[in-house]
Ligand binder design. Structure first.
Ligand code: FES
Length: 259
């Protein structure tokens, strides 16, 4: 929500009052023998603070950090983490790519339980810190519990989006997106977002996170139904007015948007 507000209401020269960092998602004040940090997208932000703090204080903690991103070019803080790893022998950083490009040699696919067990064979001995989109966190929580980490050693920090509740598209089902003002019609399958369709049609939609978090890509749905995986940055009024997030909405059947 903050990103959207900054976009809409702030300009160069505006003053912003910022409080000190607050919250429970921290190593501070906890007895942690070994840690496992799991993140997706900008969920790495609070985990970076933990790693930097350990580094700055010279504290040695056996910490495995697994960052999930779409491709290698979406990895955040990659260089800094590589540098920190060199001076923190107990820090291990792993990356998993959900949509690897041909150049990405690392582990492909979404992080599942068996992959997690391979990456962290001693998971049950660790205290877990998980931060990412709501869906990611729910899935990871299930994996961690099944790998033997008790619930009271799993700490979570959600950022923003409420999960959407629209129905899913069946595999193989074809859909069509009509861009009403431009007059383009684009065919889509179950993996294609409204944003992908707009790109195919050569229509520009402004984006930022491309993860359903910031609301920058909101567009008005004028017909049909979409499967929207996240709703970050959309207000109640936006939802009532029919706005959807183009980056994480997949058309179900024939839909039309006001573009
Ligand atoms: S670009 Fe941020 S929600 Fe779509």
């Amino acid at each position: 929500k903050a990103t959207r507000i900054l976009h809409d209401h702030f300009h160069e020269g505006c003053g912003v009052e910022i409080s000190e960092a607050k919250g429970e998602f921290t190593l501070h004040g906890r007895t942690v023998e070994k840690a496992l940090c799991l993140c997706a997208g900008s969920g790495i932000t609070p985990l970076m603070s933990m790693v930097r703090t350990l580094h700055d204080l010279g504290e040695e903690l056996d910490l495995c950090l697994i960052q999930c991103s779409r491709t290698a070019s979406d990895v955040l803080f990659g260089q800094e983490l590589a540098m920190l790893s060199r001076s923190m022998p107990k820090l291990r950083v792993e990356t998993v790519f959900s949509r690897p490009s041909d150049l990405d040699s690392n582990r492909p696919g979404r992080l599942n339980k068996s992959q997690l067990a391979l990456l962290v064979p001693d998971a049950s001995d660790r205290t877990a810190f998980v931060c990412g989109p709501t869906g990611f966190m729910a899935v990871m929580r299930g994996h961690l519990l099944e790998l033997g980490i008790p619930a009271d050693r799993i700490f979570e920090e959600a950022f923003g989006p409420r999960p959407a509740t629209t129905s899913k598209i069946s595999a193989g089902e074809k859909a069509v997106v009509s861009f009403e003002r431009s007059g383009f019609h684009v065919e889509a399958d179950e993996d294609t977002t409204i944003l992908n369709c707009a790109e195919t049609a050569g229509i520009h939609i402004e984006t930022a996170c491309q993860m359903g978090l910031c609301g920058t890509c909101k567009v008005k749905l004028t017909r049909g139904e979409v499967d929207m995986s996240d709703m970050g940055g959309l207000s109640e009024v936006d939802c009532k007015d029919g706005f959807i997030l183009a980056c994480c909405s997949r058309p179900r059947g024939h839909v039309a948007v006001d573009l």
